[in-house]
Ligand binder design. Structure first.
Ligand SMILES: Cc1cc2nc3c(=O)[nH]c(=O)nc-3n(C[C@H](O)[C@H](O)[C@H](O)COP(=O)(O)OP(=O)(O)OC[C@H]3O[C@@H](n4cnc5c(N)ncnc54)[C@H](O)[C@@H]3O)c2cc1C
Length: 372
């Protein structure tokens, strides 16, 4: 196989936009199709760490992301009453840029979309693929708008419920882990410079993370037996019920959870694909390949790291060698995040056989600070 010169990215989310930027920077023709014609993202926040900042910096948008977010000192673990048990200070991976960062998902979207559009990368909204035909020396794609294209490589960056993954591996599906996550944006108390995680409650944990000088978001991850569907008008009451019993800043923050329309609830459904994440010339990255639960706040970082590494390898080598090299560099790291995140959720739900969540989180944070 030759080196790729023309690449299609399916999905204009975190990983898709990041890989489009990386490929364009290396002189590879790239275009993006995004199914959502409005290109919308959820309104709550995203928690990221040093490896995310480093990966975005490699794409030339590290500074922009830092400016769009709120840099804080690291993660703290607290008891039910809000007493600090352990601090895990962030350790920067890029001179001059912070480590731990909170930013709203729309703010991150703006940073990435402005970069992609500014580079002149073609993005078609409201369009996806109808069929993918890998004929060995190229992939023929038929799009839902009736157009066709031929590409050296097709990248599926279409998220946790990936249609590209389904086309390649029909039996691989996200599985419910037994927990759901509740999120809500509230005012940030002045002086809060940490992301806090409160332990000590049965079946889950809760906390908050600064997003802007004015705003932070509360998250609560709890066991939700039977994967229930909640009536939309009950969401604020349900979320507040899960925040009962906490002290510290969380007690006051919970009183702001009043508008059911602003609660973002998601059942946790994870899909960690075995290697390889490609067949022929079609490869999946990000959540499509390894969607983890949010316990380590690493979903976005893993997607951007995938993007950086895939762009590097495709620019360096023939397609088959590049995809093999990509797997070699990405598989163990993404699997570690995925399995450790699920493990932390298991420990929430089964405290009688739990290990030490603080020690595991610390260990993974240190590991991920190492370069990709
Ligand atoms: C509410 C919430 C909060 C989160 N908080 C955090 C956090 O704090 N920290 C963190 O690191 N991660 C967090 N995550 C996870 C993080 O958002 C994902 O891991 C990350 O976005 C993965 O990037 P991705 O590109 O793989 O998928 P996405 O960013 O989900 O992008 C997928 C894109 O593909 C598009 N698409 C889907 N299907 C098709 C199709 N068939 N054709 C074309 N386009 C398609 C979608 O519209 C979307 O734009 C959170 C997720 C949710 C839902």
């Amino acid at each position: 196989m030759d080196k790729a010169t023309r690449v299609l990215v399916i999905g204009g989310g975190v990983g898709g936009l990041a890989v489009a930027i990386g490929l364009h920077q290396r002189g590879i023709d790239v275009e993006v199709v995004e199914r959502d014609k409005d290109w919308k993202v959820y309104h709550v926040g995203i928690i990221v760490q040093a490896n995310f900042v480093r990966a975005l910096n490699m794409l030339g948008v590290g500074d922009d992301a830092v400016k769009a977010g709120y840099a804080y000192r690291g993660a703290r673990f607290l008891d039910l009453d809000g007493n600090v048990l352990k601090e895990l200070p962030g350790d920067t991976a890029v001179d001059g840029l912070p480590s731990d960062l909170g930013l709203t998902r729309p703010a991150l979207h703006k940073v990435l979309t402005e970069k992609v559009l500014g580079l002149g990368i073609p993005v078609r909204l409201g369009v996806t693929f109808e069929s993918l035909d890998d004929r060995g020396d190229a992939v023929d794609v038929v799009f839902t708008d009736g157009t066709r294209g031929t590409y050296d490589v097709v990248i599926g960056a279409d998220g946790n419920y990936s249609a590209v993954r389904k086309a390649l591996w029909p039996h691989a599906k996200p599985q419910y882990t037994g927990q759901g996550v509740w999120r809500y944006n509230v005012p940030r108390p002045e002086g809060l410079e940490w992301s806090d995680i409160y332990l000590g409650k049965d079946k889950g944990k809760a906390g908050y993370c600064p997003l802007t000088p004015e705003e932070m978001y509360i998250f609560a991850v709890f066991e939700e037996p039977g994967n229930p569907r909640f009536a939309p008008e009950t969401l604020a009451d349900e979320m507040r019920a899960r925040l009962e019993g906490y002290g510290g800043l969380l007690a006051e923050a919970a009183t702001h959870v009043t508008d059911p329309a602003l609660v973002v609830y998601r059942p946790l459904e994870a899909c960690i694909m075995p290697a390889p994440w490609y067949k022929g010339r079609i490869v999946v990255i990000g959540d499509a390949a390894h969607s983890a639960t949010p316990h380590l706040g690493q979903g976005a970082a893993m997607a951007v790291e995938d993007a950086v590494v895939l762009a590097e390898e495709l620019a360096e080598r023939a397609v088959d060698d590049a995809l093999a090299a990509f797997m070699e560099r990405r598989f163990e790291r993404a699997k570690l995040v995925g399995t450790s995140s699920i493990q932390l959720g298991e420990w929430d739900m089964h405290p009688e056989r739990a290990g030490d969540p603080v020690a595991l989180t610390d260990q993974i944070r240190r590991k991920l600070a190492e370069p990709v």
